[in-house]
Design a protein around this ligand. Sequence first.
Ligand code: BGC
Length: 806
Amino acid sequence: MSDDAKREDAVERALAKLDVEDKVRLLSGQDFWTLPALPGIGLASLVMSDGPVGVRGTGWAPDDPSIALPSPTALAATWDTELARTAGRTLGQECRRKGVHVLLAPTVNLHRSPLGGRHFECYSEDPLLTGEIGAAYVTGVQDQGVGTTVKHFVGNDAETDRMKVDVRVDQRTLRELYLAPFARITAAGAWGAMAAYNTVNGLTMTEHGPLQNGVLKDEWAWDGVIVSDWTAARSTVPSALGGLDVVMPAFGDPWGPALVKAVHDGEVPEDVLDDKVRRVLRLAARVGILAGAPPVVPSVPALDGSQVARDIAARSFVLARNENNLLPLDAGTLGSVALLGALAVDARVLGGGSALVFPPHVISPHDGLAAALLSARLVYAPGADPRPTLPPASFDELTATLRATDFRVLYSAALPAATVRWMGGLPAGVAPDELSTVELSGRLTPTVTGVHDLSIVGFGHFVLRVAGDVIFEGPVFADDLDPETVFHEPVERRFPVPLTAGDAVDVSLTLEVTPATAGFVGFSIGYAPPGPTPDELLDQAVAAARDADVAVVVVGTTEEVESEGFDRTSLALPGRQDELVFRVAAANPRTVVVVNSGSPVLMPWADEVPAVLLTWFPGQEAGAALADVLLGLTEPGGRLPTTWPRRAEDCPVLSTTPASGVLSYDEGVFIGYRAWQRGTVAPLFPFGHGMGYTTWSYESMEIHPEPDHVGSVVVTLRNTGSRPGREVVQIYAGAVVGTTVDRPERWLAGFAPVTAAPGETVTVRIPLPERAFQIWDDGWQAVPGTYRIEAARSVDDRPLSAELSI
Ligand code: BGC
């Protein structure tokens, strides 16, 4: 008997022993992250955790860190499915280490508008690239015997009013764009999917029978589990009949006794219930928590997560501009480097929201360059600070202490920075109803005399003490009292405190916790010593740039700009960072701008600086990878997975604001480069764009017929430079002879990375999928005709072309 058959057998035996009450219990969270154990059938509790760049774990505790890989946009920018599989395997390994059975990832909604708040957490504007990277990632996680939930099914391409918004999208667009990655990834064997918050064409996704039952489960013959997004399920019978299998979390669960009653009353047939239970038991069997079922056993050698994070980061960096080959820098001949920008020291390595993890360490650009530069002098100046809140303090002896009402210490841990964040789960052993206060405490030894700034960032009732004196006692609340929203968008209160250099003071901040707020505990002590004014900061950076051989300016976004829970209101860099770049570039013609953002930002200075390197949210090894790339130890391997506009108003689709509760995808299949190609304005950097440190000549292409698919494109290219290099060969298809079908000018039909030594010629064979030549018209229909097939370096740079008749 195969392992699959043995698992199915164990599932049926377990199912047969359950009554309706137990079946229903199994389908809802018992807390924020887990399903209940049913010892009677040998079933342990199934543990889920976010996802997608690390594994937070149920406690999200600072003393239980997680590897933080680069943002999903970065992973997609590698255009490397092998690396995506390695990313998945690394996270599967993290899940096993943390006792997590199902990783709540990957996020495969599309980059419809660059304003989308979770743009950084999704892969691309292109469904093929999204599907290929997502499928490889899922395969990698599951190689470790750990499940995934491909999310958010479907239409959660923006965050504004995400619980209520009705996304109106026609069937063709839904199939050709938004469902396509889910189709690819479920076909690759994902064990789970997550139903989105939003509504699609009038039906909320957790109740969407036509899409969940009709498409996902029936048409695609998929045997996985559909889990609700957290608190997305808001009904009993409609969601149970609409295909949802599991409601998460326990809080606000509409199933439980109401579903038992609905089954007994015949409103939900018992075989519908059984189908859900079967799926959950199958998942449990796969991840090895159902007695008698052989788990999917990992056969993957142990991976070094830090090395994987560093490799992906370097491979993802997109060298968007490199005039006169300013990069790579030669560490041997460099005299001095001016490193500028607040994010050069406080790197933004991951995006905000449920994707946040606590990494074991963060290597900032400053750390990375300081370690890698041989004899060159490294001078740092912040120049402009985009952070609207003070950064978390890093005092000595920083500790988090959780106490009960009788002051008993329930938990205590040392912290690297004065910030904690627990959503739906407190550190191990702490019961929410016992918890009364959370205190952050540490010792600050001022190095300058003057007025220092301390701040409270968070929400709730706080007491701030400095040297035993109460500086503040009272409430800090946002206007919006929904705990989940304010958790993602905390407020800041600042307190100026006069301190003397050398006189150490104890600082503590205590939060009162109530049962209503125990589910969302997240706050920080912010700190800044007295310092220069913003104008002085800029002047200092310009002076440092003027005196250096090369200036490296790190600019980017902040957690207040890119996060789950809201969309961006602007694509501009926050604060005075544009001014910093303009002034530094004017002071030093050898200026490299490093952009640290998860998604596109505007770069009004792009034509005036010789080198621009886009580094996404680069994960915990940020600075090490940056040094590797700037100094030429590694080639920047990234190609844009999404178009970067010159001006916001040029974007073909921009607004994510619903009108009367409706967000209409009126543009149909024309998003991203599919839309830019129809317009008259060129973007700043097109889809697929990115350079390495060598040059390539595309020498020939042929199309070879294949027995099992349309054919393969065989491309020969040569490394014409003096360094070894890696190139991503992109294949675009487009119809030559007009049909009546309104299709984009061209669309991505395949891709493959190649490597070659200087002077070496390589040949790569890239299969053309049938789907590239089909449209959705009440079913997939081949569109016969003559197609132009192009081998390209980006959607706007296509050296070779051939024709293919279908
Ligand atoms: C997010 C999901 C996430 C879940 C659990 C939700 O708010 O939309 O992506 O998996 O929370 O943290």
